[in-house]
Design a protein around this ligand. Structure first.
Ligand SMILES: [Zn+2]
Length: 286
């Protein structure tokens, strides 16, 4: 679903510890945290040559920070986080200590301390590039994507990933907002997406359309499960995701809960307690 059409060159390999150039302005360093949720690991991006913005320092790992500093050196002026989850922002403090760069994100949270809180429309005006923040709540309420205007390249964090599924975990994760944020990003006339996990995505609109239709398909499966008499997220997961590995079951339950909450706000389903992850739900007959 990305840069893997047969007639194209294979994507640059994702290897830790080495910066790989993706464009004249952009380099990527992979953090050594592969996993079920993180795919090959977290991508840290460096934007710019004379003045460098680091997007998602990743985990606080000495070797990884060394690779980032080795690539951007004392030209690193900004450290941007897409959101405050543990695979994206914990390296910010140590990177700031080594470079003196300014830490920018939507808010201080989950251990991240920002120097400035930034919001939708905030722009870094560097000598060589403009990088604009796009608020994209859904995966996390404080999620920002960053648009490199010169290249129409979007750094999407966990809003859009390549090769793994984005988790929507209520209450901070919100399916209604997630779909709205996908539609918003779809309209940005992107040339490519640089995700927080996985390879570059060079057919942004096709991939985003896939994302949206996949979620709406899942929503229909949840509606079908409710019609068939399932009441709780656990029961719905057992029907909708019968072959899931154990490690992913809690995530699937969160995702189903997120769908149920969306159906609730759409007026199509109801529950006595929309915040309780194991509450019973039923359809509202129209
Ligand atoms: Zn992530």
């Amino acid at each position: 679903m990305s840069e893997q059409n047969d007639d194209r060159p294979p994507p640059k390999p994702l290897v830790t510890g080495v910066a790989s150039a993706l464009s004249p302005m952009v380099r990527r360093v992979l953090a050594p945290n592969p996993g079920v949720m993180t795919g090959p690991g977290t991508n840290t991006y460096l934007v710019g040559i004379d003045e460098v913005a680091v997007i998602d320092p990743g985990i606080d790992d000495d070797g990884h920070l060394q690779a980032i500093v080795g690539c951007g050196g004392d030209r690193i002026r900004w450290i941007l986080c897409t959101h405050t989850h543990p695979d994206h922002s914990p390296g910010a403090a140590a990177l700031k200590a080594r470079t003196g760069a300014e830490v920018l994100a939507f808010e201080s949270r989950d251990g991240l301390e920002v120097d400035s809180a930034i919001d939708d429309g905030f722009v870094i005006e560097a000598t060589e590039f403009r990088l604009r923040a796009v608020h994209t709540p859904g995966h996390a309420s404080n999620h920002l994507c960053y648009l490199l205007e010169e290249e129409r390249l979007l750094f999407s964090g966990d809003h859009i990933m390549q090769g793994s599924t984005v988790v929507i975990a209520p209450p901070d994760g919100d399916m209604t907002r997630y779909l709205d944020s996908l539609r918003r990003v779809r309209d940005l006339r992107l040339r490519a997406i640089a995700p927080g996990h996985g390879h570059l995505i060079d057919e942004p609109v096709a991939v985003i359309d896939d994302y949206i239709s996949h979620r709406l398909e899942r929503e229909q499966h949840v509606i079908d499960a409710l019609s068939a008499g399932d009441r709780t997220p656990s029961a719905i997961v057992a029907r909708v995701y019968p072959d899931l590995i154990d490690e992913l079951v809690p995530r699937a339950r969160q995702s189903v809960h997120a769908h149920l909450r969306k159906l609730g706000s759409d007026g199509r389903a109801k529950s006595a307690d929309v915040d309780d992850p194991e509450a019973e739900w039923s359809l509202i007959s129209s």
